[in-house]
Design a protein around this ligand. Structure first.
Ligand SMILES: Cc1cc2nc3c(=O)[nH]c(=O)nc-3n(C[C@H](O)[C@H](O)[C@H](O)COP(=O)(O)OP(=O)(O)OC[C@H]3O[C@@H](n4cnc5c(N)ncnc54)[C@H](O)[C@@H]3O)c2cc1C
Length: 198
């Protein structure tokens, strides 16, 4: 895969099924095109063309599906009430810029399953068990939520961060630690990758 940043825009090229490539474009809301599929498709195509290495990588490529756009909100909701409980994105929605939503949804499901078992088997009151689930969820997510909101501003990277990243990329263990943080397996404050510019 390849990720290219230009100003506050980011373009990723990911290999996927049937030798196709997913090409995603992220941009701040202020730069969003007008409404309508054709305005969005035009904005997408011209944004890719403006970056020479992306244009070169896509030379001769065929567009096989219509680009789709979405605005992503960061939101935390109350996790439970009488007769209902929320897990994953439904209760805690984050911009995908930090790639943590899948890990978080699995973590919620695991903690919630234990809480429901305790509440329904009678080893604890259901409300008390669900309140425990909510407290665990909030404690696990707050730091990453703040980190995600910061990343979602798509500010250009500073020289210190880029230096740290280059050193990290050259060290296999540090690179793994960076990825673990990026996908939410480790909290940002536990990060074992090189540098403290993040
Ligand atoms: C563009 C993009 C890129 C992303 N990239 C990453 C990434 O690289 N890494 C990462 O970890 N996360 C990423 N995410 C986030 C990740 O996809 C989500 O956080 C994750 O899928 C949340 O899982 P979930 O089970 O909570 O919700 P969902 O995956 O949304 O599942 C909820 C399901 O419930 C169904 N549903 C809704 N209402 C009803 C109803 N009334 N009855 C029955 N079914 C219903 C929906 O159709 C859906 O299938 C990305 C998200 C986006 C939008």
């Amino acid at each position: 895969m390849r990720v290219v940043f230009r100003g506050r825009r980011g373009i990723s090229l990911w290999p996927t099924n049937d030798a196709l490539t997913v090409v995603s474009l992220v941009f701040p809301p202020e730069e969003a095109p007008g409404p309508g599929r054709s305005a969005q498709a035009g904005f997408y195509a011209s944004s890719l063309r403006e970056v020479p290495e992306v244009e070169q990588a896509l030379a001769g490529a065929e567009l096989v599906s219509t680009p789709r756009a979405a605005a992503v909100r960061n939101a935390r909701r109350r996790a439970h009430g009488p007769g209902w409980v929320l897990a994953g994105d439904a209760g805690h929605h984050k911009d995908p810029v930090s790639a943590q939503g899948i890990s978080d949804a699995f973590a919620d499901a695991a903690v919630l399953a234990d809480a429901l078992h305790a509440g329904l088997s009678g080893s604890a009151g259901l409300d008390e068990a669900l309140a425990g689930y909510t407290a665990t969820r909030d404690a696990q997510r707050l730091e990453a939520f703040a980190y995600t909101c910061e990343q979602a501003e798509l500010r250009p990277f500073g020289a210190d961060f880029l230096n740290d990243l280059a050193r990290t990329a050259a060290d296999e263990q540090a690179a793994q630690a960076f990825l673990n943080t990026f996908v939410g397996c480790d909290a940002p404050s536990d990060a074992g990758w090189l540098g403290d510019s993040h």
